[in-house]
Design a binder for this molecule. Sequence first.
Ligand code: DGL
Length: 249
Amino acid sequence: MGRPIGIFDSGVGGVSVLREAMALLPNERFLFFGDNAHAPYGAKAPEEIRACVRAVVDELLSRDVKALVIACNTATAAAAKDLRAALSLPVIGMEPALKPAHALLHGGQILVLATPATLHMEKFRLLMERYGEGAVPVEGRGLVECVEAGHLDDACAASALQSVLAPHLSRPTDAIVLGCTHYVFLRRALSRLVPGVPLVDGNAGTARQLRRVLEAQGLLETAGPGSCELHTTGDPARFLPLMERLLRA
Ligand code: DGL
């Protein structure tokens, strides 16, 4: 049996990336870690996020992973550079999918929904410099908590989305970037709030990048059954069933 791929997030949001990666790489073994005990990362200072990430990455390395996927925009912005410098294995990160969303610009605005930490870090400033025309950064306050509590398409999710987006919806909106992996699970509730507005996330691109990197390094598994193991730093009785549910959502 080949070595597994380690994939992690602050919480259950990364399951949206895991789902995509499993579909694209059906022969791989995935080890998923949700750092639910420390979510949300998006309200923490970069140094605090890096400390959380180091602990999760140490866990994954102790299980001999062949590659790391940071299924979290916030953790990528805070820690990807350091991880790549320190580790010899491939590290695949994420960023808000502003580049593909930019192609949808049609004289309206592009709302970039992401955590406060993501929006305040250097990596996002650089992204805005390149693709920021018409883009309006929007802090998704309360949305991660909503998903961590399993509210995906109910009154709770609708009211959290409403309070985040209402101040911005008086102008024509060409696209909304889901710049946090948790928000992908709010797609249905969001479509109800902004029918017809394209919702753009970076998950498929991240899965494709993972496949490219594995292929290039001769690490891609092309035969045998794939699998995934779910872990949490939080309460397993609460988070493992939620992860299972989201994996099928
Ligand atoms: N899911 C994460 C992201 O993609 C972070 C959520 C959080 O913990 O604030 O940014």
